[in-house]
Every structure is written in C-alpha cells, then in structure tokens.
Design a protein around this ligand. Structure first.
Ligand code: SER
Length: 597
C-alpha cells in the first residue's frame, strides 16, 4: 500500500517525467500580506501562488509546473474531525501556463489515477467524472466530455452546473470550467444515473479526488470580463483525501498521515471513544507546527489570531480528553513525519517548540484568569449567567463556554434557561463573520446583509466613543467602511494601541451593548448639532437639517453623533464585539477592524 509520502513523490515524479518543473511548496503565508479583507490570509489552494502567472506573467521555471502546496483553510473549523475535514492539507497540482490544454491534462489525470507502476493504480471501474454543463456566458464543455470518452464509459460522465464545475479564485481573478474525478469508496456502485450519482456524492459514497480547471477566463465583479491572454490548466488534488482513497480508509484520519499522532494522543487519554476531540488535537497541532514553521506567531490579529484560536481549541480539546502528554512530544511527531519533506520544520524545531509551548502556557494562564472573571460574574447579586456573558467570557477572555458551565455547576451558580443555545447562536454568527473576513473572500464573498450592516453602524458609534474614553479626546473618526462581515474605522491617534488599550475598548463596547441602551435620533439644525457637542463630520455638511443619533438616554447617554443612520433600536441587538486588527494607516491615523457576533 502506498504511503502518503510515496503518493506525493509519485505525483511529482509523474509530472516531472512529462517535462513539468517541480516547484517547492510556497509558504503558507500569502505574498500579499496586507491583511486586507480582499486578500486571503493563507494559501488555500495550490494555484494561489501562481495567480500572476495564470494571468499572463512569465514564470521563471517555464510553462509546465507541478507542486505539492501547503494549504490552511479555517472556513470549516467546526467540521474538523469528521471524515474529510482538516485545517492543514497539501494540494497536489500540475499547471500549464499557456502550454498543453484539455487533451493532455485529462490524459495525464487518468493515467496517474489508474496506472499501477507510475501512478496510484486505482480501479478504473470505480471512477466517474463530471464536466461543466454551461451557462449564459460560457458554453457546455463538450470538448472535455469527448476527451473523457476515450477513457470512461459515456454514461459515467455527468454534466453539472457552475455550482460544482466552475472554479474561480475570487471575483476578480482567473476562472474557468472544470472537470472533476470521483472515486466509488464503497466499491459497490457500478453504473449510476445522473440522480443516483448526485445522491452518492451527497452520501459521500463517491469522493471527489481531483479537479482539473481549464482556466481561460478573466472575471470582473464575478462576471466573465473576457479571455485570459493564454489557455491555462490548473489542477488540484487533496493529498489527504487521495491517500484515504488509495489506502481504503473510511476517513483521512485513518491514514498513515495521522497514525502516530493519534496513537500518541490515544495513549495519553483515559477517554477511549472520544474520537472527535482526538482528531481535533491531531489536526490542530499539525496546523500549528506548519504555521509557526512559516513564521507566524500567535497574536490578536489576522494570521496570528488564527494560530492562537487553533492552539486554544487544541488545549480545550486536550482538557476534554484529560490528556497527560507534553505538547513537545506531539510537535516532535509532526516534525518527524514531515521534516524530510518540508526542511524548514527541522531547522526551526526549537522555535516551533518554544512558540507553541509558550502559547499553550499563556492560554492556561488565561483560563485561570477567565475562571476569576467567571467568579466575579457569579458573585453579582441575584445574577443568572446569560448566553451573551458566556460568549463574552469566551471571545474576550478566551474562557470557553463549556468550562463556564462546568464551573457553574461546581459553584452552584445559576444559568439562564437556554443560555447555552443563545451562546451557540452568537458564536455561530461570530464564526460566519470571521470566516467571511478572510478566506471566504477568496471564493467570492458572501451576499449583502443589511441587518448586519446596520448593527455595524451602531457599533461604530460605540467604538468611536470608547476610543475617546480610553485614548483621549483627540481621537476623531477619519473614515469608516462597513461590509456585512466586518467594520473598519480609521481615527486620529499617534501611537500603536497596546493590548491593554485594545482590551479596554472591547470591554467598554461590550459593556454598553450589554446595558441594552436605546438608540434614538432627532433631526436638528446644523447650528443645534454643533452646539450639542455631538461627534461627527461637520466639515462637509451642507444640509440644513441633520440627524443626531443618541445611544442611551439621560445620565446614561453614552454617545451623541451626527449620522445618516440607519441604526438598531437597542444596543442589545449587537451581540459581542471583537477587535480583530489594529494598524497604522498613515501618519497619525490608525485603523481598526472589528467584528460582531
Ligand atoms: N484551483 C482548483 C482547486 O483548488 C484546482 O487546483 O480545486
């Protein structure tokens, strides 16, 4: 049986023998490190480092390339631990930059999948393919289907629409129709009608193992704008999935890839059947090792925040498992497995161990502090802990809700009925938003959601005032940009905000949200507005009458600001506020990105 290392090697050797230059994997960190929401945080597909070349730039290594690219995707974090999801994976790929096209691409895919000596030797009677069914701007891919007929019976070629067989790197990117290869993992399916095939896919009886994209179009705003200067091929096959298929495993976690890690984890826990937490620990330590290996350090923003979340989730799951095992041992196992393939891991072993161990320790201290925050809450008179408080403890203090529930039981503290459901709802919303912030953009972004944008409008006012409370009254808002996924505020301030200042601002905004302040407005004259002491941009105003928005009333008034609205009617509607990035925009101007959940 081929190991994952052998599969990777066979793939690269196969394409080298077809005159492809084998590239080293690019770093997980994308070149465009601006951290802007339009850029992605990590490489999430093999083609991503090649985008400029797919667009026409000349590649120094030529026009036939292949690689096994390290990828990190956290869009499906909650699914990690099922049969097919992992946060770190490798993508095998071969590319033609204006060189060969459909005929060769399909032939080589077929040969590599089925050839026993040079490829994977998969049973050709268990393979199925899909091709693009066409849409208003691009015709049905009969050309690909006709080529496939040389290898696969015609009734095993299915035409599917752009939801499955159209691939784009983003809304302003190279794109094209694709053809995908599927393998019958049950070995029992035989010939299937179109409907039967779709059902088998849904039930994961067939698994997609390779995607060949014929990248010839350039998109603008999600629409085909025209043709690229050259006809490209971009293929991608997930090494973990391919390994599972080759090894006849029912999940990626039952392949050689995770074997030693899971064995060590299992030996360190008394919980024999806690499959999911074990897989999460295995996946997350692997991802953490690779992220630190590529120079990422835990922090509260962008990539560092992703790493921090992954390490924290790992520790939480280690706690669930009551694991008795030094984290260094797990790191060693990952580096032992991959050290020969990714040489940076061996070289940076000491740093990787130091960074991850320190973060684990730090998080354990956070958990201790979180416990104290919890106790403070618990001591409030007549209080019952709400779902929102569970979410704040988790998102602001890093103290997981499950642990709050355990403590509540320990201390005999009451919890609001349905608090956990409310917490889950808030967390789900939060996750959707943070996903949207980064990788999701890469796949085309989410649809608009004005309700969310309204919440962000109101949160912007709270943030503005909280920044003035914490940093001083020199803070003036210089700009604001809101999408359904996040808010961005630019403001005048000379220094980088400290972690402490960021936490205080977050704390104040969350406090004001929790106080359930009413939001109201009155229409006043420009002069009245100026005399009221309200915040807001007066310079460009030419209207006679302005809306003056007020958050809180009477002595409890927290913010007064000129604004066109619209706003929520009560701050309770905002959920939980979190700053995800603080950075310099220019001299004396800082930029904050924040999310609500
Ligand atoms: N870009 C395509 C994918 O990621 C093929 O490489 O599936």
């Amino acid at each position: 049986m081929l190991t994952s290392h052998e599969i990777r090697k066979r793939f690269l050797d196969f394409f080298a023998s077809e005159r492809h230059v084998v590239l080293d994997s690019a770093s997980l960190v994308t070149e465009d490190a601006s951290g802007d929401t339009d850029a992605t945080l990590f490489n999430t597909a093999g083609m991503q480092p090649l985008i400029p070349y797919l667009l026409g730039k000349e590649h120094p290594e030529g026009r036939r390339l292949a690689s096994s690219q390290k990828c990190v995707r956290t869009t499906d974090l909650e699914d990690v631990g099922d049969a097919t999801h992992a946060t770190f994976f490798e993508m095998l790929g071969n590319w033609s930059l204006g060189d060969y096209f459909k005929q060769d691409a399909i032939r080589w895919s077929w040969e590599f999948l089925t050839n026993k000596d040079k490829g994977l030797g998969l049973d050709s009677s268990r393979l199925y393919v899909t091709v693009f069914a066409g849409n208003d701007s691009v015709e049905r891919d009969d050309e690909a289907a006709n080529i496939w007929k040389q290898y696969v019976p015609e009734h095993r070629i299915y035409y599917l629409d752009s939801r499955s067989n159209w691939w784009k790197a983003g809304d302003n990117s190279p794109a094209g129709p694709s053809t995908e290869m599927f393998y019958d993992v049950t070995g029992e399916l035989g010939d299937m009608s179109h409907e039967e095939f779709l059902r088998a896919d849904k039930e994961q009886k067939v698994v997609e193992i390779w995607n060949d994209v014929f990248m010839v179009y350039k998109l603008k705003g999600g629409e085909v704008e025209g043709m690229l200067p050259q006809k490209n091929v971009d293929t991608g096959a997930g090494l973990e999935r391919v390994t599972a298929v080759v090894q006849g495993a029912t999940s990626i976690y039952e392949t050689d890839i995770y074997e030693h890690l899971l064995a060590r984890i299992s030996a360190a826990t008394p919980h024999l059947d806690a499959l999911r937490p074990k897989r999460i620990v295995a996946d997350h330590i692997r991802t953490a090792v690779f992220l630190v290996g590529d120079g990422i350090k835990p922090s509260n923003t962008d990539r560092g925040y992703v790493l921090r979340r992954i390490i924290r989730r790992m520790v939480n799951n280690m706690n669930i498992l009551e694991m008795n095992c030094d984290i260094t041992e797990l790191i060693d196992i990952v580096i032992e497995k991959y050290g020969q393939v990714y040489l940076n891991l061996d070289k940076k072993k000491d740093i990787i161990i130091a960074v991850i161990s320190q973060e684990v320790l730090k998080y354990k201290k956070t958990l201790e502090r979180g416990k104290k925050e919890f106790q403070k809450l618990a001591q409030k008179n007549n209080t019952r802990i709400t779902g929102q408080e569970l979410a704040i403890l988790e998102q602001t203090h890093g103290f997981p809700a499950e642990l709050s529930l355990d403590l509540a039981e320990e201390f005999g503290v009451r919890i609001e009925p349905h608090a956990f459901d409310e917490y889950k709802k808030l967390t789900e919303q939060h996750q959707k938003k943070s996903r949207a912030g980064a990788e999701q953009k890469f796949k085309g972004g989410l649809a608009g959601n004005s309700e969310m944008e309204i919440r962000y409008h109101t949160a912007t006012h709270l943030l503005h005032q909280a920044l003035r409370d914490v940093l001083g009254n020199h803070v003036m808002q210089k700009g604001s940009n809101i999408t359904p996924e996040r808010m961005r505020s630019d403001f005048s301030h000379n220094n980088k905000m400290t972690d402490e200042e960021i936490h205080r601002v977050e704390f104040i905004v969350n406090e004001k949200i929790q106080e359930g302040l009413s939001v109201s407005f009155q229409t006043v004259s420009l002069e009245e507005a100026q005399n009221s002491g309200a915040l807001g941009l007066f310079e460009d105003r030419y209207e006679d009458r302005l809306d003056l928005y007020q958050i809180g009333s009477g002595d409890g008034m927290y913010s007064l600001e000129i604004c066109g609205g619209p706003h929520v009617s009560n701050t309770k509607e905002l959920g939980v506020f979190k700053i995800i990035k603080e950075e310099a925009l220019g001299s004396g101007v800082r930029r904050i990105k924040a999310v609500l959940s």
